[in-house]
Design a protein around this ligand. Sequence first.
Ligand code: COD
Ligand code: ATP
Length: 209
Amino acid sequence: MRVIGLTGGIASGKSTVSYILKSLGAVIIDADKVARKVVEPGQPAWQDIVKEFGQQVLNEDMTINREVLGKLVFSDQSLLAKLNRITHPRVIEYFREELARMARENPEAVVVLDVPLLFESGMYRLADEIWVVWADEKVQLERLMEREGFTPEEAWQRIRAQMPLEEKARRADRVINNSGTLDETVEQTTRFFYETISAHDDKIKEKKR
Ligand SMILES: CC(C)(COP(=O)(O)OP(=O)(O)OC[C@H]1O[C@@H](n2cnc3c(N)ncnc32)[C@H](O)[C@@H]1O)[C@@H](O)C(=O)NCCC(=O)NCCS
Ligand SMILES: Nc1ncnc2c1ncn2[C@@H]1O[C@H](COP(=O)(O)OP(=O)(O)OP(=O)(O)O)[C@@H](O)[C@H]1O
């Protein structure tokens, strides 16, 4: 099994690249989706969030009100750190279990961990190689405001809540530039995917020799 850790900045294009990789045959595990699962009502992380942030972050049906919680944590670093301490260990636990299961059931698979906070959370340790999706800052900001309807200040708050994209790119094995057209991103992603597979196949052949 080959595990690719896919990261980037907020709205830099991870989901777009994941979608392309899925169409090429990779199995995708999306940390944003897992982070939603671990805070469902009654889960330990849900209980910790209610304890920490109070009833104000709950909807009437007891689910987490993501808009309210988002506004709180993205305007206060210390609250964001508290939320991360509650959610990240649970997300990591889920990833470990899922990877162990995949290794047993589908050892030939190429698995992509789509994780916005791959470095910040330490989840990069679960990956064999790291890919970063890059978008020029202006493009990233525009796509984020357009997708979420954020004001420039709200969009900046979210961008600043993560490790600078330059640093992520420095730590990557491969960087996909998604500042241009979708076709250009498909071309780069496809090329990298087949290079990864062929390097992986060569390693297996060497081991068998
Ligand atoms: C703060 C919350 C409630 C806001 O929810 P909302 O629905 O508005 O955003 P969503 O979860 O879809 O995330 C959108 C993007 O925001 C960024 N983001 C999310 N959480 C964080 C964080 N803790 N720090 C920095 N950026 C973050 C990511 O780039 C993500 O792709 C939610 O993001 C959350 O619970 N975050 C903590 C869990 C976490 O760290 N998730 C990221 C994957 S491990
Ligand atoms: N090459 C592109 N050209 C035009 N629009 C794009 C391109 N790539 C992505 N987008 C758009 O930009 C937005 C952000 O892309 P995407 O959702 O893939 O980013 P992300 O990194 O997964 O975001 P998040 O960090 O929030 O999970 C989306 O609305 C997407 O449709």
